[in-house]
Design a protein around this ligand. Structure first.
Ligand code: FES
Ligand code: FES
Length: 220
């Protein structure tokens, strides 16, 4: 039987992830001044508007990133975090905000190959970088054994922390495809689960490793 959590099947969740990635805007055509709401056709016009109308305010900045393999060009406010840009500008809600203080790991994404807390990373500092979110992992067949193992071992209760754990696990397996239980515990030590599911994560990841190494999943 297909695993379900909170009334949604994981097949549905993966389909939703795929749809959200497909819906990400590659380039913002119309930009809105966050101070007065006036709309412009491009970054140049918005910058000129700031100089003329809001000279004492920090102007928006242009941000180019590759997100889950897709190039994105966005206009953002300079104080926006990476998590906010993923959620509000791109519609990717997989990175969760629990503490918003860099303490819990629920907002983890992979930035240029490294697990990174998106709640305390300035989006403007990510210009030119590659971001991978839990949505990108969910739609990649290579990582289906990891998701299946999480379902099998029920490595979640409320599930709020699960995306951060999954992303941290994927980052670990990228750099170490055959981790020991000690390696897993160390790699996940920055992730907090208030439901106390910690042992299940090690079980799930170790089973996924067994399958991926023996099964030789090769869909990069
Ligand atoms: S929400 Fe980012 S570390 Fe807790
Ligand atoms: S499963 Fe609820 S916070 Fe981890």
């Amino acid at each position: 039987m297909e695993a379900k959590a909170a009334g949604i099947s994981f097949r549905d969740a993966c389909a939703q992830a795929s749809a959200r990635i497909a819906a990400m805007p590659a380039k913002q055509k119309i930009v809105t001044c966050p101070l007065c709401g006036e709309q412009f056709l491009g970054f140049g016009d918005l910058t000129a508007h700031y100089l003329a109308e809001h000279p004492d305010s920090a102007a928006p900045v242009e941000l180019r990133m590759t997100v889950n393999g897709r190039a994105c060009q966005l206009i953002i406010e300079p104080q926006q975090t990476l998590k906010e840009v993923l959620q509000y500008n791109l519609g990717l809600t997989g990175a969760k905000q629990m503490c918003d203080r860099g303490q819990c790991g629920s907002c983890t994404v992979i930035l240029d190959g490294k697990p990174t807390l998106s709640c305390n990373t300035l989006a403007a500092d990510c210009d030119g970088k590659a971001v991978e979110t839990v949505e990108g992992i969910a739609v990649n067949p290579k990582w289906q054994p990891l998701i299946d193992a999480y379902c099998k071992w029920d490595a979640m209760q409320c599930g709020y922390c699960t995306p951060g754990f999954l992303v941290a696990a994927k980052a670990l397996l990228d750099r170490n495809p055959t981790p020991t239980e000690a390696d897993i515990k160390e790699a996940l030590s920055g992730n907090i689960c208030i439901c106390g599911t910690y042992p299940r994560h090690s079980q799930a990841i170790l089973e996924a490793v067994t399958y991926m190494v023996k099964g030789g999943a090769e869909n990069a």
